[in-house]
Write a protein that binds this ligand. Structure first.
Ligand SMILES: NC(=O)c1ccc[n+]([C@@H]2O[C@H](COP(=O)([O-])OP(=O)(O)OC[C@H]3O[C@@H](n4cnc5c(N)ncnc54)[C@H](OP(=O)(O)O)[C@@H]3O)[C@@H](O)[C@H]2O)c1
Length: 383
């Protein structure tokens, strides 16, 4: 068994910060499963965050650690990462050998270079706040030490502090000082009061990122007395990293701030930037409310399955896997949904019979009406 004395914990994996916590599979990938590590040094948290973001893969040789880093696509961030190590400095998304030697890493990490990890404060640590927090930590966009959650609920604060090791606060005003990004994740009805408390308290280049449904950018700018604002419409699957977020920004939001927003939202699933806020109302009616349409369809199909004689257990399994499998199939196929539908519908067969019934009930027209109603409501909420 190879024995090395020093391991820099930050190098281990984007998924673990402590060697003991590092899953066995990760150790295997990293070539560490056969290594007796007698001493482990903790990186300063900021350095660790950098390493997390670099998606480090490490090969250990006696007395030497070779580090392969797959740089994220963000070239500006990469530029900042590469310089302190004097690696081979690829600024794209290629694999780069940094060739860091055991024992030299720490010296090199002392050489300076700008810290790039975002300091983030959440105002509101409820369902969506927690989902975003999980995504940010899992994707290594920020370390727990750089995140604060401000929430009026004491039990919520205790829970988040215990579970994620983040800082918590009960005073929104104190919590926003000196951070890069402030995420507004409170309910719409709590917004007015929160804005009064934070009016004219933001300082450029802080970015305010609001996920509050129906809160228009103009309302946020006026209420906060600040203009570097991004408005997002995420959706519920963001809670498991499968979300769809649509976002718009004020003209004052800088390129770097847009990158921050894009990377935070990208951690929760897919994200699309739109250059006009009106598309956010439209997205609200499609992807924002969309999960509920899918759940309703799933409920209806399950009860129809039970109506023709299947047990609930079997029915819900069949329905869930059918919805899931069809979604993946659609995503991976290069065919349009209509073509796929035709592919699985033989003339005179069972599917054709079912689709004819749906057509009779004006299924497509009903969906159009539902989405239009949601869109109209979204516009009303904004006003
Ligand atoms: N859930 C979704 O799928 C979804 C999708 C798209 C957008 N959104 C938007 O996301 C936002 C958050 O939704 P959510 O489901 O996460 O709500 P939530 O679970 O109610 O979370 C809000 C949290 O903020 C706390 N809070 C209330 N007033 C506060 C204040 N003055 N300062 C700091 N914290 C305060 C609440 O505490 P109390 O519970 O004690 O009030 C609660 O813990 C909403 O605006 C919603 O429109 C949600």
């Amino acid at each position: 068994m190879l024995k090395i004395t020093t391991v820099f914990l930050g190098l281990l994996s984007p998924r673990c910060h402590e060697y003991e916590e590092c899953p066995r599979d990760d150790k295997k990938i990293l070539g560490l499963d056969n290594i007796d590590i007698t001493e482990a040094f903790q990186f300063p948290s900021t350095r660790r965050e950098l390493l997390d973001k670099l998606q480090i893969r490490m090969v250990v040789f006696p007395g030497r650690i070779e580090v392969n880093a797959v740089f994220p696509i963000d070239p500006i961030v990469c530029q900042k990462y590469t310089s302190p190590w004097q690696g081979e400095g690829d600024k794209g998304d290629r694999v780069t050998k940094l060739g860091v030697r055991s024992g030299e890493v720490d010296k090199q990490s002392q050489r300076g270079g700008k810290e790039v990890s975002m300091k983030i404060t959440f105002i509101g640590g409820g369902n969506m706040g927690e989902a975003m927090l999980t995504a940010i930590l899992t994707k290594g966009l920020s370390a727990k030490g750089a995140i604060t959650v401000s929430d009026i609920s004491e039990s919520r604060r205790e829970y988040l502090e215990r579970k994620y090791g983040v800082s918590v606060a009960s005073d929104n005003h104190e919590a926003i000082g000196g951070v890069d990004v402030v995420i507004l994740a409170i309910k719409p009805q709590q917004l007015a009061e929160v804005m009064v408390g934070l009016n004219e308290e933001f300082r450029s280049p802080q970015l305010v990122l609001s996920i509050i449904a129906g809160a228009r950018i103009g309302t946020l700018c006026r209420g906060l007395g600040y203009r570097q604002i991004v408005r997002v419409m995420p959706n519920a699957p963001a809670q498991i990293g499968e979300g769809m977020s649509v976002w718009a920004a004020t003209a004052e939001v800088t390129r770097e701030q847009r990158k921050w927003a894009g990377s935070i939202l990208g951690a929760m699933g897919k994200e699309i930037y739109v250059d006009d806020e009106k598309y956010i109302d439209m997205a609200t009616a499609v992807s924002g409310s969309g999960p509920a349409y899918v759940f309703l369809f799933t409920e209806a199909l399950t009860s129809a399955a039970m109506h023709i004689g299947l047990s609930y257990e079997i029915a819900q399994k069949l329905v869930q896997q059918t919805v899931l499998g069809s979604a993946h199939f659609m995503q991976r196929s290069d065919k349009l949904p209509a073509e796929l539908r035709r592919m699985v519908t033989s003339p005179g067969g069972t599917t054709a019979e079912a689709l004819a019934e749906l057509e009779k009930g004006q299924f497509a027209e009903l969906i159009k009406q539902a989405v239009t109603a949601a869109y109209n409501r979204a516009k009303e909420l904004d006003n």
